[in-house]
Design a protein around this ligand. Structure first.
Ligand code: BES
Ligand code: MN
Ligand code: MN
Length: 456
């Protein structure tokens, strides 16, 4: 531990400078405008892996953005840790809501403000620096493989193909991922579940062109109004999702699981204050932690129709659109849920409009084990570094690759995240605490140490 702290102390500034360099690349995978930047980011990650001491570093082409691979295989007898992360980021819009530009990392109050600072550049880069530390101090306790992808934020659609084609190369005893949050630095936690995702887009079409709302309004159905009504009907008065079959495969928690989940520190008043809301909302009969961690949900992610420019325009729009996603819990399947959504949405369309439903990416839910050697190693590492045993929690987000690693490679993951829910992932002013960054770099080598020891 002393040796670790010493190395981090001596290299603190450089660790931060390198992360800043990484954060300056606008590696937005969703927007083709940034293609060149995304590719440059992959090359940068590869270079840094090499410099840290990885062998066989390769920028692996896919049908989309490349996957950066690197490894250090020290001894066949030692366990192998596969580190997964993503170098792509969400779009930074709306830009005007950022206090400082998203791709010019800025420190305020001990926090690094930049798109990707927490999700996931600041987090996966901790692994690169922890690896450097272990190489430099001759303490690498496990074989290590890195797989850092560039399409996580757009659904990792090419990753499945890569994983299947590279099953042998990716063989490992555990997948280690830092792309989730902790409750707080005082209450360290490990997420032991992620929700799945079914992402849909719908279009409601009325008349064959935009119409004068005075000449035609009142006599022709307005697609914007119809779409709003259809969307409003997707939740009932108890905020249950109102789609036949939606809950069919959902497993209810046992009483013990409920108690454990709800015993995690959580202050509803602080939660409301942080979000600027006067009252929480959700499915009747469930607590906030249950709602986000263990229940399937449906959200409108975007909705547009008609005139939204400056001033006023009297128009009855020809069509209205929305992006709608559903978060899924164990046993639900993203393809099944996408299919029942489509069937339902088409069935509730009134005769005066036509409805189109299409499916974007999806991902399957997972629950990760808490009785594994890897989980115990993570628990011990956190206990050492934070002076407190971590609490297992359930995350509301999705990382589709986790279920895929299990299904294709048979490897379970540990979600070793050092972010906070207040990091504003995907929002303006995303941040990552410098403290968390260094804490991660200090804690990760302990995971490798304990994983090797406990695997014996
Ligand atoms: N790192 C997040 C997922 C996450 C965040 C999990 C916080 C747990 C806590 C990841 O980058 C992400 O944003 N995933 C997307 C899904 C993806 C298919 C676009 C998500 O959850 O919306
Ligand atoms: Mn992420
Ligand atoms: Mn994300």
């Amino acid at each position: 531990m002393q040796e670790i702290k010493k190395y981090v102390e001596e290299n603190k500034q450089r660790f931060l400078d390198e992360l800043f360099e990484l954060l300056r690349f606008p590696s937005v995978s969703a927007d083709p405008k940034y293609k060149g930047d995304v590719l440059k980011t992959a090359a940068f990650v590869a270079k840094k892996l090499k410099e840290a001491g990885a062998d066989n570093v390769e920028v692996c082409e896919t049908a989309g953005y490349p996957i950066v691979y690197g490894e250090k295989l020290v001894d066949e007898a030692l366990p192998t840790v596969l580190i997964y992360g993503h170098y792509d980021v969400q779009p930074a819009d709306p830009l005007e809501l950022w206090d400082t530009p998203p791709f010019e990392p800025t420190v305020r109050d001990g926090k690094i403000y930049a798109r990707g600072s927490a999700d996931d550049k600041g987090q996966f880069y901790m692994h690169v620096k922890a690896f450097e530390l272990m190489m430099q101090t001759n303490t690498l306790a496990c074989n290590v493989k890195f797989m850092i992808e560039g399409e996580e934020e757009v659904g990792s659609s090419n990753l499945g193909i890569f994983v299947k084609a590279n099953a042998e190369r990716l063989k490992a005893d555990v997948v280690l991922i830092s792309d989730t949050s902790m409750i707080s630095m005082e209450n360290p936690s490990i997420e032991t579940g992620l929700r799945g995702l079914a992402y849909m887009e719908v279009e409601v079409v009325g008349p064959n062109r935009d119409l004068h709302s005075g000449v035609y309004g009142g006599a022709v159905a307005n697609p914007a109004t119809i779409l709003c009504k259809m969307i409003a009907s997707l939740h009932d008065e108890n905020n249950h999702v109102n789609i036949p079959g939606f809950y069919d495969k959902v497993v209810e928690l046992t009483a013990d699981e409920k108690t454990a989940l709800n015993s995690a520190p959580f202050e509803l008043d602080e939660y409301k204050k942080d979000l600027g809301i006067d009252a929480e909302w959700g499915e009747k009969g469930f607590s906030t932690l249950e709602r986000t961690g263990t229940r399937p949900t449906l959200e409108v992610n975007g909705i547009w129709s008609g005139y939204i420019g400056e001033g006023a325009k009297t128009v009855l729009p020809s069509k209205a659109n929305a992006k709608i996603s559903m978060r899924l819990v164990p046993n639900q399947s993203s393809t099944e849920i996408a299919a029942i959504f489509q069937k339902h949405f088409e069935s509730i369309a009134p005769e005066f409009v036509k409805v189109k439903v299409m499916s974007h990416h999806g991902g399957e839910p997972v629950v990760t084990p808490t009785d594994s050697v890897a989980y115990r190693a993570a628990e011990k590492a956190i206990a050492d570094s934070f002076g407190k045993k971590p609490i297992p929690t359930r995350g509301g987000g999705s990382i589709p690759i986790v279920a895929l690693f299990e299904d294709v490679l048979g490897i379970k993951s540990v979600l070793f995240g050092f972010g906070l829910d207040s990091d504003a992932l995907h929002s303006p002013n995303e941040k990552y605490d410098i403290y968390n960054y260094y804490k991660g770099i200090e804690t990760l080598p302990l995971f490798h140490k304990y994983f090797a020891e406990l695997s014996k």
